[in-house]
Design a protein around this ligand. Structure first.
Ligand SMILES: [Zn+2]
Length: 188
């Protein structure tokens, strides 16, 4: 069952979420919406202080605005990490996403962890950073409110590892880390 508190918790200004919220406002008594708003405006959910591990709940906040679920394409159990080293790389990526979020608003992760079977089924490269092999990891992202090209340029200047320029062709920027942490740039 989806709770109203979860709805607020995961709210990222995505169009379908705004639509759902507007619908709720029409359906519920104004006093309920107001009480709810007051409660959560004054007391926002507290981020857990523990670090991400493979068996963390999907709702675990990796960093203040990004959940484990978002790294697993919407909480797919088959995409869970299997090692703590993968969690560490994912956390580092989310820390950079927080910087992007401060500058460009809510960030959508379109693809995070792809275990081997999933990577093969989507036709991913055999050495894809999305496999999170030792020392590697990646996310594909775009800013929900626009300014994608600007964000890509910012990543190019400020992310020292892998950047795949996908904004104009694929609608996302690939941000990654590969073994040895070289600076890598490519077009899709
Ligand atoms: Zn990618």
């Amino acid at each position: 069952m989806i709770k109203l508190t979860d709805a607020a918790f995961y709210f990222k200004q995505e169009p379908q979420q705004i639509e759902a919220w507007n619908y709720l406002e029409c359906m519920l008594e104004p006093e309920i919406m107001e009480a709810f708003a007051t409660m959560y405006r004054d007391k926002p959910p507290t981020p857990p202080q523990t670090e991400l591990n493979p068996s963390s709940p999907m709702s675990h906040l990796v960093t203040p605005n990004f959940t484990y679920s978002e790294l697993c394409n919407g909480g797919q159990e088959a995409r869970r990490f299997t090692g703590q080293d993968q969690c560490a790389v994912a956390t580092e990526l989310c820390e950079f996403l927080e910087i992007l979020r401060d500058k460009f608003g809510p960030i959508k992760i379109t693809s995070g962890h792809r275990p081997p079977a999933i990577n093969a089924s989507v036709g991913g490269a055999s050495q894809s950073e999305h496999l999170y092999q030792p020392g590697c990891g990646a996310v594909d992202v775009y800013p929900i409110n626009g300014r994608g090209q600007e964000m890509e340029d910012y990543c190019d200047k400020n992310w020292p590892y892998s950047v795949g320029y996908g904004m104009s062709y694929r609608g996302f920027v690939h941000l990654g880390i590969r073994d040895g942490r070289p600076r890598v740039r490519w077009d899709y």
